[in-house]
Ligand binder design. Structure first.
Ligand code: GMT
Length: 375
């Protein structure tokens, strides 16, 4: 198939899923065309089946807000016509689903029918899409998509709860490439981070408010009172300065390393003992799955789709959003007994295997075939 993929080309979860999916589809022999405003972060174009088409947004002094959605729709028309694409797969509803709808209508005037698959990722439904600024457009463009997928059962139910959506939503969970995300031997790195031994806790995110990164620091401060340990904070975003200040205020700054955005997350995960994800809302929790694949168990909130990924008492523990004491208590329980911790590590990997790329990929291929057959 010739597949067009639209996504945010950043380190964000939806962009990562879209890029990894595109690369895997290209490996399977499909021709994959990324249409976005920058080359996606994890995309190396070293494959005969991978293409990148930049969306250039022309600036004009009249525009306080350059119309990206129109530029994207125009580019989609252009790419679908000249590359003869079979299907468009847009990741994150805003504004990708409505741009694809517009492109589809324009293409019809050229006698071209192209099916659109929209994958809902989380904040496009729970935070941004739900805001009345965008709601009518999001609702309309989901209903107009030929196929709709959600990355967890919980997100599917949220979509039906918040929007008047009559379209059937198929749950296709996020996936992991176990060739890349696996435990690597990085003992020297572990020694550098924690020279006198001790445990390593880790958090990776975009440091947006929804991630409750300050809870991560608070949990760690409590763990540190009992267990010699270090905390690695990977990623960057608006909450980072507050987290740095909080670490100082709580007297743990010396034991917290802020590493910023990192490419080789799997190497950092490989030296870690416990992953913290106390999010306010989380449709799936891809970062936690990446950790589990590297044998790192998880303490998380029980928000959104997290209970579908982190299994209570098996791969880690889940507590209510904001229950810092509860999360710290469970972290101490897990980290204080080596044999118990090792069992959690084994379980984490075992569970992560259920999300292997090779199992999820055919579900997308199947959906593409169905929507192509129905246009
Ligand atoms: O979590 C974010 O802020 C980024 C966001 C995105 O769209 O890039 O992530 C969402 O999609 C990921 C991939 O499907 C999911 O793993 C995340 O759980 C989801 N984030 C939220 O629901 C907050």
């Amino acid at each position: 198939m010739k597949i067009g993929i639209v996504c945010y080309p950043t380190f964000g979860g939806s962009g990562v899923v879209a890029t990894e999916l595109g690369k895997a589809l290209a490996d399977r022999g499909h021709q994959v065309h990324f249409v976005t405003y920058n080359q996606p972060a994890r995309l190396d174009l070293f494959s005969e089946n991978l293409f990148y088409h930049e969306v250039a947004v022309s600036k004009y002094p009249l525009f306080d807000f350059p119309p990206y959605e129109l530029a994207l729709a125009s580019r989609l028309v252009d790419v679908v016509r000249f590359e003869k694409l079979d299907v468009l797969h847009v990741h994150y509803a805003i504004p990708h689903a409505s741009a694809a709808y517009m492109a589809k209508q324009i293409l019809a005037t050229y006698g071209i029918s192209i099916p659109v698959v929209t994958t809902l990722h989380g904040t496009d439904i729970t935070l941004v899409g739900n805001d009345r600024t965008y709601k009518p457009v999001v609702e309309f463009s989901i209903n107009q998509s030929d196929g709709v997928t959600a990355v967890s059962e919980h997100l599917k139910q949220d979509t039906y709860k918040f929007f008047d959506v009559y379209k059937d939503i198929r749950v296709i969970q996020n996936f992991i490439d176990l060739n890349r995300f696996s435990l690597k031997s990085k003992e020297h790195f572990k020694k550098a981070i924690a020279p006198e031994g001790g445990k390593i806790l880790i958090h990776t995110s975009n440091f947006r408010r929804v991630k409750r990164t300050q809870d991560v620091i608070r949990i760690f401060a409590k763990v540190r009172e009992v267990i010699p340990s270090k905390l690695l904070m990977v990623g960057d975003g608006q909450e980072r300065p507050e987290c740095e200040q909080l670490a100082r205020d709580l007297g743990v700054a010396e034991n917290v390393r802020f590493l910023g955005k990192q490419e080789a997350v799997e190497e950092i995960l490989s030296v870690s003992d416990l992953f913290l994800m106390p999010s306010q809302s989380e449709s799936f929790g891809l970062a936690a799955l990446e950790a589990m694949a590297c044998k790192v168990p998880v303490i998380s909130s029980n928000a959104g789709g997290l209970p579908e990924l982190n299994i209570e008492g098996v791969t880690g523990y889940l507590r209510d959003v904001g229950d810092v004491d509860g999360m710290a208590e469970r972290a101490i329980y897990m980290l204080s007994d080596e044999e118990r911790l090792n069992q959690f590590k084994e379980n984490a990997l075992e569970h992560a295997r259920k999300f292997e790329l090779s199992y999820i990929l055919p579900q997308y291929e199947q959906l593409y075939q169905e929507v192509i057959a129905n246009v």
